[in-house]
Structure formats: C-alpha cells, structure tokens
Design a protein around this ligand. Structure first.
Ligand code: NAD
Length: 436
C-alpha cells in the first residue's frame, strides 16, 4: 500500500465515532424480539422483563496504538454487561471490522440467557474492537489487545466480568489480556479471562468445547426427531474454532460433511468431504477454498445445498426469512450466536424444520470456560476425561430441561430455552430486589 493512502479501516478524527453513527440495530432488535416472544409465558416474573431489555452497563473506549510504520491509529472498543443478577458477567471478545455497540449488546444479552439455560453462576457480557485483524501485524494485534484490556480493566475481574475468545480472538490474545490485567492490579490473576493457553491456567478441552457441545446437543435432539447422525448429510458455515471442532465430531460419528464455507469461499462434495485432510490443509495456512478434491460453489449457493443438518458457525443474522425459504435441511443447529432471525424462525417453523437454538447448542464453550475459572480459583486442574464427562452431563441435563418445557408448554425450542433461562435470571432479580 502506498504510504500516502490511508488503510481501509482507518477512521479520520473528523468522522463521528461509530457509536454515534452507522450502528445497525438489527441484531439488538433480534434479541428484543426474542424477549418479546417469551414474555407472555413468564407469569408474575413479567414485571421484571424490562431488565432483559436494558443492558446493565455499557462502556465504549478509544484504543489508540502505535502502528509498525510509526503512525498512531485509533480503534473503537466496547464492553457490555448485559445482566449480572446470577453472577459475574461472562462473554467473549470479538475483533471484527463490522463490530458495533448494538451488536455487542445483543451478544451480551445472549450470554445472559445462555449461562442461565445451562445454569452456570454467571451473568452475560461481551466485548469487541472494531478492527480487521487480518490487516494488522502480530505486534499491532498485541498492542490493541493490551490497550483495550487496560481501557476496560475497570469493568473486568475474576469476580466481576471474565472475557473469553470469540470471532478472531484466541488463546494468545487471552494470554496478553491476562498479563495486562495482572500488571495493572499488581498480581497474577489467571481467573480474569478464560480460553487461555494451558501453560497459563487454561483448561484441557476448552479449544474444542463449543464444537463438542454442539455435537452433544445435536445427539440429544436427533433421536427425538427421528434423525440418525451417522447417516446425516451436514452443511457447515464457518470453519474457525467452533466449525472445525464440530466438523470433526460429526465426521467421527459417521456423518457426511457435504459443504463447508468460510470467508475464502465455499466447497462442496456430495459424497462428503475428507475432514481430517481439510483440517490438515487449513492448518498448513492454505485457504479452505483451495482444498483439492472438492467442488467450489458460489457463496450464496450454500443455502441450496441438499443436506439434513445445517450448522451456521460463523456470524449472526445469516438465515433471514428469504434464506430460510431456500433451505433443505430439516434441522438447523445454531453453533454461531444469533444466525437465524425471528422472521427466519417463523418460516422454518412453517416448513416443519427444527432449530436447535444458540443459547443451548453453543453453550459448551462457556461451560468449559466455567470449568477453567473454577480450576484457576482452586489452583487444581482436572484431566480431559473429567472435563468431557462434566461437559456432557451439563449439556444433557440442560437439553432435558429445555425439551421438557418444549413438550409441556408446546413451545418451539428457542422459546422453551428462553423460558428456562429468563425464569432463572428474573427469579434471581426478584429475590435480590432493587438497590437501594
Ligand atoms: P472464528 O473467528 O474462529 O471463526 C469464524 C469462522 O467464520 C471463520 O472460518 C470465518 O472465515 C467464517 N466467517 C466469518 N464471516 C463469514 C461470512 N460472512 N460467511 C461465511 N463464513 C464467515 O470464530 P469462532 O470462535 O469459531 O466463532 C464462530 C461463531 O460461534 C460466532 O458466532 C461466535 O460468537 C460463536 N461462538 C463462539 C464460541 C467460542 O468458544 N469461540 C462460543 C460460543 C459461540
């Protein structure tokens, strides 16, 4: 890039900060609509329902860093505590050029419901920096991480708010967050973030936990709807932390992964892709779309792929009513947060397709994050079998709780899961009462 042309993600100081402009409230509206749909079933707890429509705390921060070429560049960061009635806020940090405050509010809200559905002693939070990390050097990413952590340090802490990895963040970034926070408070505080490297108080099983949890939840649901995973054809959007682990689990169970999409493109094979070979291909730093032995299809054609199960594991707001009309799958498993819009839900219900909702399906990550936090506090670490046994037990127990409400109240699985989660949050809210 010539030195006089500004980088694409640069904001001029004269522009309005994006928290005052350009915020697409679509994702937050989705969350509000989901709350509207469960509210009529809340009985006397309805009087507290607005608690869920009002995030508890919102912080927007400026993140200035020194770039490798000597310039000073400003980025915008957010941290939101949606609800802390049941415990400290818990939720990931995302680096994405389209991140916005309203998106982070919705993601934090989903964490509140999720931690309650699986009955962890946490509330809901989320954070983001509006940046495309693909345009930055490792040193620049470290400086963004450290400055962002310092800026939000008044909100985080092992008994206040515990961040974790999300889109475009990973164990190394968690290590820098942990180190920065520890230096700020003057003592090593491993329990301030989860998803850390094993050498720094991370937990065995955390990397694969979300994808593994997606598989466990689907395994609970499949027999109830007459679906045999070992003969299922599966299409997957997103081949990152969550998508990779999910693909591996379904492949090992005998399912055929017939299509995979990431930002580089979409690959398809009617007989099922060789998943171990695909994983090795991507691990070598090669693009998913260049995988040999698969056909390349248009990005949008993913929605027309003939499959039994569709697993969106990338971003929110993907399966709108228009997309939902095209889908062939009879089961949509929300590995990502918020991939199906409320209008998409309505169409899928009309078509007789089942949606396994995010607040249950992708809870494996936060469950093993909880184990990591517990292990850090106790300074006593469990082996992988212990982690997997406990993860499976919590996922199965949570599925059973949601399924029981689905059957007894005749609600779709999302509304049933919201009812389980919202009741727990609002009961805590009601018992605590108002302060002062
Ligand atoms: P990641 O950054 O590791 O991977 C994201 C994947 O999605 C990449 O393969 C990327 O290429 C792809 N992608 C991004 N935008 C896309 C688009 N528009 N179309 C197609 N593919 C696209 O992120 P992740 O941690 O795997 O998270 C994926 C989703 O799962 C997010 O919704 C996240 O909030 C959710 N989630 C993650 C965790 C976790 O433990 N990491 C836990 C619960 C939920």
């Amino acid at each position: 890039m010539p030195p006089d042309s500004p980088p694409s993600d640069r904001e001029r100081a004269s522009d309005l900060p994006s928290y005052l402009a350009n915020h697409d409230p679509a994702v937050w509206r989705m969350f509000l609509e989901q709350i509207d749909r469960v509210e009529p079933y809340l009985g006397p707890l309805q009087r507290w329902a607005d608690t869920l429509r009002r995030p508890r705390r919102i912080l927007t921060v400026d993140v200035p860093i020194l770039m490798d070429d000597g310039r000073v560049q400003h980025y915008e960061g957010y941290r939101v505590h949606h609800n802390t009635s049941r415990g400290p806020a818990k939720g990931g940090v995302r680096y994405h050029p389209d991140a916005s405050l309203t998106e982070v509010m919705a993601l934090a809200g989903w964490m509140t419901i999720k931690t309650a559905v699986v009955n962890l002693p946490f509330g809901g939070g989320k954070g983001a920096v509006r940046v495309d990390p693909a345009l930055l050097s490792p040193g620049e990413i470290e400086r963004i991480t450290r400055r962002y952590t310092a800026e939000i340090s008044l909100m985080i802490g092992p008994d206040k708010d515990i961040p974790a990895p999300d889109v475009n963040t990973n164990a190394q970034i968690m290590a820098w967050m942990m180190d920065t926070y520890s230096m700020t408070v003057g003592s090593l505080t491993t329990g301030v973030v989860t998803g850390k490297p094993l050498e720094l108080g991370g937990s065995l099983g955390r990397v694969d936990a979300t994808g593994r949890g997606v598989f466990i939840a689907t395994n609970c649901l499949a027999p109830k709807i007459g679906l045999d995973i070992s003969h299922a054809r599966i299409a997957l959007q997103g081949y990152g932390n969550v998508g990779k682990a999910a693909a591996r689990c379904f492949h090992q169970a005998g399912g055929a992964i017939v299509a995979v999409q990431d930002v580089t493109g979409t690959i398809h094979s009617g007989d099922g892709l060789d998943i171990p070979a695909l994983e090795a291909h991507v691990a070598q730093g090669r693009k998913l779309v260049d995988f040999p032995g698969a056909q390349t299809i248009q990005h949008d054609a993913l929605w027309d792929v003939d499959c039994d199960i569709l697993i969106p594991a990338a971003m929110e707001n993907q399966i709108t009513d228009k997309v939902a009309r095209r889908l062939k799958a009879r089961l949509i498993v929300e590995a990502a947060n918020g991939p199906v819009t409320p209008a998409g839900d309505d169409i899928l219900k009309e078509k007789g397709a089942v949606v396994l909702p995010d607040v249950l399906a992708n809870a494996g990550g936060v469950i093993v994050s909880y184990f990591e936090w517990v292990q850090d506090i106790a300074s006593y670490f469990w082996d992988e079998q212990e982690i997997d046994r406990r993860l499976t037990r919590i996922m199965e127990r949570s599925f059973d709780a949601v399924w029981a409400v689905h059957e007894s109240r005749k609600l779709d699985l999302r509304t049933a899961a919201y009812l389980v989660g919202c009741e727990r949050v609002l009961q805590a809210r009601n018992l605590r009462g108002l302060y002062p």
